[in-house]
Design a protein around this ligand. Structure first.
Ligand SMILES: [Zn+2]
Length: 203
């Protein structure tokens, strides 16, 4: 049976529950049959989109948010960039999703075994515009190394710290701050484990 959700999601509590439930279904291999019919597409054009969450995730091909959270057309407003880092263009998209589309939840979604983090930690050549991504993650590497982390834990700690740094950065946006102040938005960091499929929210 094709899944249909008719109600509009306006609270961040409800939005977070939907993401958690969807990820549990994904982990259990019990995903819903999402509606990808022409009727659904057309109704989203007519009524307009009303995504219940903005997701900033890494571009890594192994973590498409719609699959990990088991959501359908029109549910998630997704911004993907290697290393899930923010910059003027990505921040503009985030603000649009919150201010214009009214999403009540904003998730910064990182993951383990992140290639962008590994490239930054390992150093070496970052040709072209790849350097701009590395530069955004580098401050986290310095903090983690100063903290005494070694070996594999450096990658893990940098992944965690990068998520937290981006949460702090997005919260500092005047547009986002306004919605947080009104209580109509929640910003939360999360990390995906590729082996288990589980997403842990930093609550
Ligand atoms: Zn990544």
């Amino acid at each position: 049976m094709v899944y249909q959700r008719l109600e509009e999601i306006t609270s961040h509590q409800e939005a977070l529950s939907l993401l958690k439930e969807g990820n549990l279904r994904y982990v259990a291999g019990q995903t819903l049959k999402q509606d990808v019919s022409a009727e659904k597409r057309n109704s989203l054009v007519e009524k307009g989109q009303k995504p219940f969450a903005v997701i900033v995730s890494c571009s890594d091909s192994r973590l498409p948010p719609e699959l990990l959270f088991d959501q359908g057309l029109g549910d998630l407003f997704v911004i993907r960039v290697a290393g899930n880092v923010l910059g003027p263009l990505t921040m503009g998209s985030v603000e649009y999703g919150v201010e214009h589309l009214g999403a009540p939840l904003l998730v910064i979604l990182g993951h383990n075994h992140c290639g962008a983090v590994k490239a930054t930690v390992d150093g070496g050549d970052a040709p072209g515009s790849i350097g701009a991504i590395v530069e955004r993650i580098r401050p986290c590497v310095e903090i983690v190394r100063t903290g005494g982390a070694t070996g594999e834990e450096v990658y893990e700690h940098v992944e965690d710290m990068n998520i937290k740094a981006m949460v702090a950065e997005v919260k500092a946006s005047p547009v986002i701050e306004e919605f947080l102040h009104k209580g109509s938005l929640r910003v939360i960091g999360a990390k995906y484990c590729q082996e288990t499929g589980e997403i842990t929210f930093y609550e």
